[in-house]
Design a binder for this molecule. Structure first.
Ligand code: TMP
Length: 215
């Protein structure tokens, strides 16, 4: 545990993708695999919106209540601030591996790409909420992006449970969300690992197994 990532002894992984891309199917198995491969490391699995008592309460509100776009973004980032303070930073400081089902890329993709909030405002919120004392921004070391055309994701979603507010959005919304995720992945290829989520779960799983993570 001598390597420092962004100044922390821990390591931070996020899973991202449009609703229906299948990330949640793989996240637990992925954490299990990490435990087997790195028995000396504690793995913390968490999610956004959520991850803390307050965050889970906010999740219930933002996923189910129609609201002004800026209110929605502020609540996402309020929950994130709490999540960072209570869960993510303490775990990273203690040398743990944090695996989060979504983080800030989702705000850029959904509130920015999907709903049209300006990137400038999102950048301001990000720098407010994720700034560290050394002036850097807290970011995942690795982001696994499940990429899938909106139509396939929609067909998969319709087989799932009762849709929340976002899951009810139309195809055009999800295409915009997807394009924003892809734009961010292209802008930061060192951090992103792109998974072609149109393939079968078995093939996706073997892709994840072959991912070499240097922690
Ligand atoms: P989940 O169903 O994958 O847990 O995600 C919950 C929903 O919240 C999903 O539709 C994406 C949305 N979301 C945002 O719109 N902005 C955010 O910042 C986050 C973290 C999630």
């Amino acid at each position: 545990m001598t390597t420092l990532y962004q100044g922390y002894p821990g390591y931070f992984i996020s899973f991202e993708g449009i609703d229906g891309a299948g990330k949640s199917t793989h996240i637990e198995a992925f954490c299990q695999l990490m435990k087997e491969r790195h028995p000396a490391r504690d793995i913390v699995i968490t999610r956004e919106p959520g991850g803390t008592v307050l965050g889970e309460q906010l999740r219930g509100m933002v996923l189910n209540t129609p609201m002004n776009l800026e209110t929605e973004a502020l609540l996402m980032f309020a929950g994130r601030r709490e999540h960072i303070a209570q869960v993510i930073e303490p775990a990273l400081k203690a040398g743990k591996v944090v695996v989060s089902d979504r983080f800030t890329d989702a705000s850029f993709a959904y509130q920015g790409g999907g709903r049209g909030l300006s990137l400038d405002k999102l950048n301001q919120l990000e720098s407010w909420v994720q700034s560290r004392p050394n002036g850097s921004l807290l970011q995942p070391n690795l982001t696994i992006l499940f990429d899938l055309p909106g139509e396939i994701a929609q067909a998969r979603r319709s087989k799932a449970r009762m849709p929340d507010k976002f899951e009810q959005m139309d195809l055009q919304f999800f295409e915009k969300v997807r394009q924003e995720y892809l734009r961010r992945a292209k802008a930061d290829p060192q951090r992103f690992h792109l998974v072609d989520a149109a393939r079968t779960p078995e093939v996706i799983w073997s892709d994840l197994q072959s991912l070499e993570i240097d922690i």
